[in-house]
Design a protein around this ligand. Structure first.
Ligand code: GLN
Length: 501
């Protein structure tokens, strides 16, 4: 069993640790060796073996003394490098923050540490979480474990790739417009973005504050439930953190629905299919796998209902006005004085700002700062930013209309499977691929990506496809429950990329 330790997910490892079949130190050693062996994937930005082993030994000692902190005690994970940490540099994969050390841990990091998790290191991502491919990392791109010539998705691509390659059983990610769900889909793993306000944003390097949420990426819904449990909860240091009770997500996935049987665990569940999610523009590989997954959900007792999200297409301009607007404001703090890189050679103060920001930010980040500054400027504010805010509200209202007819909404996560690295040079075309994840982000709703099958067409055969589930506010438990029932009946989430089993 010991050589196959990386095959176990969070729940499996928690059981093995509980039964003393393995120690956290052994497990940590095993995974650190795996991280080093698969460095070419580009998933990790840094590791600290001494620190991880020390944390692991402490977890082992707690368990031995009967003072274990629960299921996650001694389970190794890693954090997206958007979360600030005292133990590692915190860079947002940007030159701007190269070598930056935070004096405090992000709330989510502190909560997971408190639950006893061992941190192996920090994970690569798109610079400041801007992107959907991981090609925007200033350090190096991340490769998709299913095909190293392809993107893993983004911006939490390091998190998704590390989980898919079995370097860690679970990782944290962040999702502003799809950055947990889309890389999970493209890398064949499971991810959930909770309701806006569920997880504290304290210590998450800000991109678009009205949209940013943390979320776990793991191999199964059950493992995501365990992580989300530990990550959630009110935090007075985040003004938009919600005073919402946190249900026992891990228990919720096993709780039977009223009227359900073991053969039909989804009995009575109404799944809404927005017709705008199933039209032209979805690749045949994706729609085939999504349709097959929906047929499986029906077999498990769910009823499929036709619904509409008429402003789906508008979510692209709305998001790509609001997110850059907020980013342009959030990123103004990187001025070379209080935060970030300072140019070595410069003239007066303005010249210092200009040179520091020109050198520190990558092309996509600069593009967004410029778009954001433009849409907020006098004379354009009403035409762009204000209009976008009004439409954002209408998009959220459309979802409430749907939820009067169904319990969950389902559709694709991304219109295609993972493309090859370097094959997309048009930023607007790249933005269009976010069409199915942006609506739930703008509405602040929880969304999940569940491995649903694999592509069959000649150029894409074997690449993973994700099914998206969207729930109403605070309904993460229903998403996790439905995803778990689906995973009990299917094995897509258990399959490993070739050579990584
Ligand atoms: N792909 C989207 C963007 O580029 C979403 C990114 C995110 O969720 N962080 O903004």
């Amino acid at each position: 069993m010991k050589s196959g330790l990386h095959q176990l997910g969070v729940a499996g490892l928690a059981d093995a640790l509980e039964r003393r079949q393995v120690s956290s130190a052994e497990l940590t050693q095993h995974l650190l060796a795996r991280v080093a062996a698969h460095d070419a994937l580009g998933a990790f930005l840094c590791t600290d073996a001494d620190l991880a082993l020390q944390q692991a030994r402490e977890a082992d000692a707690r368990r031995a003394a009967g003072q274990g902190r629960g299921r996650l005690d001694g389970v190794p994970i890693a954090h997206k490098d958007i979360f600030v940490t005292t133990d590692f540099p915190s860079t947002a994969a940007s030159k701007m923050l190269d070598g930056y050390r935070s004096p405090f841990d992000a709330a989510v990091v502190a909560k997971l540490k408190g639950a006893g998790t061992v941190t192996l290191g920090k994970l690569n991502c798109d610079e400041f979480a801007m992107g959907g491919s991981n090609e925007n990392s200033s350090v190096r791109p991340v490769r998709n474990p299913w095909d190293p010539a392809r993107i893993p998705g983004g911006s939490s691509g390091g998190s998704a790739a590390a989980v898919a390659a079995r370097l860690v059983p679970a990782a944290t990610g962040t999702d502003t417009g799809g950055s947990v769900r889309q890389p999970a889909a493209l890398s064949g793993v499971t991810g959930i973005k909770p309701t806006y306000g569920r997880c504290s944003r304290y210590g998450m390097i800000a991109f678009a504050s009205s949209l940013d949420q943390a979320g776990p990426i793991a191999r199964s819904a059950e493992d995501c439930a365990l992580l989300l449990q530990a990550m959630s909860g009110f935090d007075e240091r985040d003004a938009t953190s919600a005073q919402q009770p946190v249900p026992d997500f891990a228990a919720a996935i096993h709780a039977p629905r009223a009227g359900a049987t073991s053969a039909r665990p989804l009995q009575g569940l109404r799944i809404g299919l927005p017709r705008e999610f199933f039209g032209a523009g979805v690749a045949a590989d994706v729609s085939q796998a999504v349709q097959a997954a929906l047929a499986e959900a029906e077999r498990l007792g769910a009823t499929l209902v036709d619904v509409s999200l008429p402003r789906t297409e508008l979510s692209i301009p709305v998001y790509y006005i609001i997110a850059p607007a907020e980013a342009s404001s959030n990123l103004s703090r990187f001025d070379g004085v209080r935060y970030g890189h300072r140019a070595a050679q410069h003239g007066d103060l303005l010249d210092m700002y200009r040179k520091s920001r020109s050198e520190g930010f990558g092309a996509e980040v600069k593009r967004r700062i410029m778009i954001g500054t433009y849409v907020l400027s006098h004379g354009y504010y009403d035409a762009y930013y204000l209009q976008a805010q009004k439409l954002r509200r209408m998009i959220a209202d459309d979802f409430q209309q749907c939820f009067s007819q169904c319990d969950l909404i389902a559709g694709p996560v991304a219109p295609t499977v993972a493309r090859t690295i370097g094959s997309q040079t048009d930023p607007v075309a790249e933005y269009l691929a976010d069409i199915f994840t942006l609506p739930a982000s703008l509405a602040g709703l929880p969304g999940m990506s569940v491995p649903a099958g694999f592509a069959y067409s000649e150029n894409a055969a074997g690449l993973p496809v994700g099914l998206q589930l969207i729930g109403n506010y605070w309904q993460e438990a229903s998403l996790l429950h439905a995803a778990h029932a689906f995973q009990q009946a299917t094995d897509f989430h258990t399959r490993a990329p070739e050579g990584l089993a």
